[in-house]
Design a protein around this ligand. Structure first.
Ligand code: NAG
Ligand code: NAG
Ligand code: NAG
Ligand code: NAG
Ligand code: NAG
Ligand code: NAG
Ligand code: NAG
Ligand code: ZN
Length: 665
């Protein structure tokens, strides 16, 4: 979430100046004054549509000042297939030469410049070639020549063709922010051991193939959910906050060079049905990146419009809206400041034939044969723990999706939404199959706020949903035709290091003494979550803890956090808010919140004090696969490879411009 823009990155090349390009960059993918987007080292699916932008930068001041701030408008651009002849971009793609565009932007060269408020100003000349594709596998070199003698090149690889559909359907589960450490902790909470041997396992533990993906952004080693989702869905890495585009330097958040996503491909090539399910608001990065093309994930309203109508301002793959679209985020549907152009998006969807459900009962009664929109609350769905263990917390909210000042009642969970989406997609996709993405969003959201119980509850809900999905696909007779992939978009630095005696901790007066309540190594003991709590029945069935509030809890922590108070026990009254500002001090100056875990001890943070929450971390994340093409998911690879593996399994790597209209039903 909310990481500060363009902070943290790898220095691509410091050759231009003595200024280090570590944290602040003129444009992350462009270390020289000439930019090719897509930049060097990018991969493409044969036939995948994309735009190409060239930029020539003329810094007017700062350490790179050049050519009096006047950008070269006479630059030339060529493309060469390995072993072939060099052609201009216009010739190669048979396009008219586009007009020159010009703009100015500014950036800070380092923290000193930011403190002093002295941005460096850059003038830009640019051209964009829209909607092209490369069909022949192999290596290509794109060359930009500018300022009579300067050259920027980009080496591109077009991956092998794959025209045969090996899986009819794909269901891609994303545990947002989910790591192996979290899966291990969730297993400990929900599954009993006897003398070190688990008596039952997670559904994920039963998957036949496990891989590892590297989640870095194109220009920073820590990613966010926007551009990591975009990499998973398009095979192209991008910049933090961007989706379905390579971020350019222009002020317009929608004119950046686009890349086609798996949803757009599967519609264009096979006319399949598609859907998205999320416990987040539907305009949030992970669900919206399936169709979004923008450098700013915060354009929520416009992005819901893109999901329904496709990209309308440029010629692009036509999409006709999702077949099933279930989640939170009524703000982008109710007419008003949160929706695109203030319009009523319930009505916009209804105009296109959608059934609209605002609660679980209505969702389950919706016909399987119609396009279905389900929006169950404002903002994110309340988490599994509050819906199932502490339901009295739901009444405190004012999140009714109709806009009424009331609490949303009759909420579905990830499982109900996913199973209904499968009914709709299976019915509507028919022979043409379907693609479904289902996201457990609050693993990430609750890890951000250090609420480990709520995060792990949602992880167990994801596991339970995957279990129910396998059973459902079997009942529908399509398990063998369906590739199921379960992965994450990035991680958080979470792990468990022992247990904590909550009773002892609460009764000590001194912070240092409170820490004696933490039992490490042999003092960690065994999980108390799988032992029934006399007198309290949570009644959430197998595969969930029998007791969320044992005296001996897991002691867990984060690799990076704001200042906070720790007592390790579950918060029964609602999601945790670990850090807060203090009246009279700065409005982005966060301290340990006094009301959070008042009986706990203070843990000083390691993050800048303007961070109110934890942040994402570097770790690789797991990939579980089952079904057709499962064997291709073993090993360690980049997040973009997940796209190529799925696209190859669906036969989307085509040697011609294969276009079928609409969703083809
Ligand atoms: C560059 O020029 C702008 C005004 O055009 C000024 O605000 C800024 O401080 C200058 N930056 C540097 C690094 O000199
Ligand atoms: C593919 O065909 C469609 C429909 O004819 C067209 O609009 C689009 O521009 C073509 N794409 C490419 C990359 O040639
Ligand atoms: C599309 O173009 C219209 C008209 O120029 C503009 O009002 C609108 O903001 C644009 N929408 C997006 C998402 O770029
Ligand atoms: C669910 O939605 C339906 C249709 O809008 C409505 O008639 C019904 O009262 C709602 N049920 C609850 C429990 O809110
Ligand atoms: C949708 O399909 C399922 C079978 O998968 C069936 O049980 C359910 O009744 C159908 N729902 C409606 C509203 O027809
Ligand atoms: C639970 O979280 C809420 C919101 O931060 C806070 O007001 C409350 O004091 C917390 N309860 C405990 C026991 O920490
Ligand atoms: C936390 O940091 C403050 C200074 O910011 C210091 O006064 C305090 O002793 C630290 N507390 C702990 C528990 O380390
Ligand atoms: Zn995330």
């Amino acid at each position: 979430m909310l990481s500060r823009l363009s902070v943290i990155a790898v220095c691509l090349a410091a050759s231009l100046s003595t200024v280090s390009c570590q944290t602040f960059r003129r444009l992350g993918t462009c270390p020289t004054l000439g930019c090719v987007l897509p930049p060097d080292q990018q991969d493409f699916l044969p036939g995948q549509q994309f735009d190409i932008r060239f930029e020539v930068h003329a810094p007017a001041n700062g350490s790179e000042a050049f050519n009096g701030g006047v950008p070269d408008e006479k630059f030339t651009v060529t493309i060469t297939k390995e072993g072939g002849k060099s052609k201009t971009i216009a010739e190669f793609f048979q396009l008219k030469e586009p007009a020159i565009e010009k703009w100015t932007f500014s950036w800070f060269e380092d923290l000193f410049a930011q403190d002093a408020k002295t941005p460096s100003v850059v003038n830009v000349a640019s051209k964009i070639y829209r909607r092209v594709a490369l069909y022949e596998p192999g290596k290509y070199t794109v060359t930009l020549k500018y300022y009579s003698g300067k050259t920027t090149t980009a080496e591109w690889t077009v991956r092998p063709l794959a025209t045969q559909k090996k899986a009819k359907n794909i269901i891609f589960f994303i545990g947002d922010g989910m790591t192996t450490n979290m899966i291990t902790a969730a297993r400990l909470l929900a599954h009993k051991t006897i003398n070190g041997k688990y008596q039952s396992l997670l559904q994920l533990d039963k998957f036949p193939v496990l891989g590892h993906q590297m989640s870095h952004s194109i220009d920073s080693f820590i990613t966010d959910s926007a551009n990591s989702a975009s990499a998973l869905y398009s095979g192209h890495k991008s910049t933090v906050n961007a989706m379905g585009v390579y971020a350019d330097s222009s002020p317009d958040a929608f004119d950046d060079p686009k890349v086609e996503t798996i949803v757009e491909l599967v519609i264009r090539i096979w006319g399949s049905a598609w859907g998205a399910v999320s416990t987040a608001f539907l305009a949030d990065a992970t669900p919206i990146a399936l169709t979004a093309h923008t450098r700013s994930r915060y354009q929520y309203g416009a992005l819901i419009d893109q999901a329904l109508h496709g990209v309308t301002n440029y010629s692009w793959t036509k999409i006709d809206g999702p077949d099933a679209y279930f989640g939170g985020g009524a703000e982008q549907f109710l007419p008003g400041s949160g929706s695109y152009l203030g319009k009523d998006y319930y009505a916009e969807f209804a105009k296109k034939g959608y059934t609209i459900s605002l609660n679980k009962t209505s969702l389950q009664a919706a016909p399987n044969g119609s396009k279905a929109l389900g929006v169950f609350c404002k903002s994110n769905l309340p988490v599994w723990l509050d819906r199932n263990i502490f339901p009295e917390n739901l009444g405190k909210l004012s999140n009714d999706p109709s806009g009424a000042k009331a609490a949303a009642k009759d909420l579905p969970g990830l499982k109900e939404m996913t199973l209904k989406a499968i009914d709709v997609l299976h019915t509507r996709g028919g022979k043409k199959g379907f693609f479904l993405m289902s996201e457990a969003a609050s693993i990430d959201k609750q890890m951000h706020t250090l609420d480990y119980d709520r995060a792990l509850g949602d992880l167990l809900e994801l596991d339970d949903t995957v279990r129910a999905t396998v059973a459902k696909l079997k009942a529908l007779g399509i398990l063998d035709d369906t590739l199921i992939v379960v992965s994450a978009d990035h991680g958080h630095g979470f792990d468990v290091f022992g247990s904590a005696d909550t009773k002892y901790l609460a009764e000590q007066g001194d912070d240092r003494k409170k820490r004696s309540a933490v039992g490490v190594y042999e003092a960690s003991g065994l999980s108390q979550y799988t032992i029934e709590n006399p007198g309290i029945s949570y009644n959430t069935g197998p595969n969930f803890p029998l007791n969320w509030d044992p005296r001996y809890v897991i002691a867990a922590g984060m690799g990076a956090s704001p200042d906070h108070r720790e007592s390790y026990g579950v918060n029964k009254t609602g999601p945790r808010v670990p850090a807060a500002t203090i009246a009279g001090r700065g409005s982005s100056d966060y301290y340990a919140s006094a009301s959070d875990n008042p009986e706990g001890f203070v843990v000083n943070g390691t993050l800048p004090v303007d961070q109110a929450q934890g942040v994402h971390s570097l770790t690789d994340v797991p990939v579980y696969a089952m079904g057709p093409c499962q064997e291709t998911f073993g090993g360690t690879y980049s997040n973009i490879d997940i796209f190529y593996k799925m696209a190859t399994c669906l036969g989307l790597a085509q040697p011609t411009n294969k276009t079928i209209s609409g969703n083809g039903k």
